[in-house]
Design a protein around this ligand. Structure first.
Ligand SMILES: Nc1ncnc2c1ncn2[C@@H]1O[C@H](COP(=O)(O)OP(=O)(O)OP(=O)(O)O)[C@@H](O)[C@H]1O
Length: 248
């Protein structure tokens, strides 16, 4: 592991009873990288991501995230990362402003930091006029962008995004990715799962999980040339076809 490595994983495994959901995966992610974590339904992405976020104990293997050990330093990991799950965790019955305030409070930020950053986020999202509306009244794409802004509000070293753009149109997904690029430019490492292959093309490197194992890991162009494929769609189909799991 060198100084530019921010996530280091070696032989990481998670079993549920007799079933091996994540089967000895190893990889490293560099600081500031946009790292795509792909795989068919049930491949083990969420399970792996939850271990890296300090939310689930591994069965075996090693990993460090932002310099912290995933067995012993889960609280430090949680303070240094942002996490946006598929069912992102905004409170529908709180306003936009209250949601921001709530999450900022969890990370113990000062009032002046919260005030200044809230104004910045509302402006960036063009939500100034809607700041006091309930989150439930926002369209899905806006909720996703707000959830992302909230996940990186405390300026974490890494943000983990689990299918952040599910269910929205391509234009909204493109806008969401502009926010991801901006976060990466600001030095935040992005670890993202997606089912959309156009999004895989936006990543610096992509790993593809098949039945709990990492089957391929390279830049999108490296994967395409190794497999003689013309698109990431084709790469994914070639690898995912081998999968025995069907997801749930
Ligand atoms: N708590 C659990 N107990 C038992 N099996 C589990 C548990 N959590 C996940 N699994 C199983 O582990 C496998 C991997 O699930 P996981 O959610 O990590 O896949 P995924 O790649 O994130 O899929 P998706 O794209 O559908 O979210 C699945 O077969 C799932 O049913």
């Amino acid at each position: 592991m060198n100084n530019d490595t921010i996530i280091s994983v070696e032989g990481l495994t998670k079993r549920f009873g007799d079933f091996t959901a994540v089967d000895s995966i190893s990889f490293q992610v560099g600081k500031g990288e946009i790292f795509g974590f792909l795989g068919a339904n049930g491949a083990g992405k969420t399970t792996a991501m939850r271990m890296l976020c300090g939310l689930s104990m591994p069965t075996s293997g090693k990993a460090s995230v932002a310099g912290f050990d995933i067995y012993k330093q889960t609280e430090e990991i949680k303070r240094n990362i942002g996490y946006m799950s598929q069912k992102f965790s905004l409170y529908e019955d709180l306003t936009v402003r209250e949601n921001i305030r709530f999450y900022a409070g969890i990370y113990g930020k000062t009032n002046s930091f919260i005030k200044e950053k809230t104004a910045f986020v509302l402006k960036q999202l063009h939500l100034e006029k809607d700041a006091d509306k309930l989150v439930r009244s926002l369209p899905l794409g806006w909720k996703q962008k707000l959830a992302f802004s909230v996940a990186i509000f405390h300026e974490p070293q890494i943000v983990f995004l689990d299918e952040p753009t599910g269910g929205v149109d391509p234009v909204t997904r493109r806008e969401f990715w502009n926010m991801i690029y901006k976060a990466a430019e600001d030095g935040i490492t992005v670890f993202v799962t997606t089912h959309y292959m156009d999004e895989a093309e936006y990543c610096d490197r992509v790993s593809i999980m098949v039945d709990g194992r990492i089957d391929a890991l390279d830049t999108p162009s490296g994967l395409k040339s190794n497999l003689k494929a013309s698109s990431m769609d084709e790469v994914f189909l070639m690898l995912a076809r081998k999968a025995k799991r069907t997801g749930d």
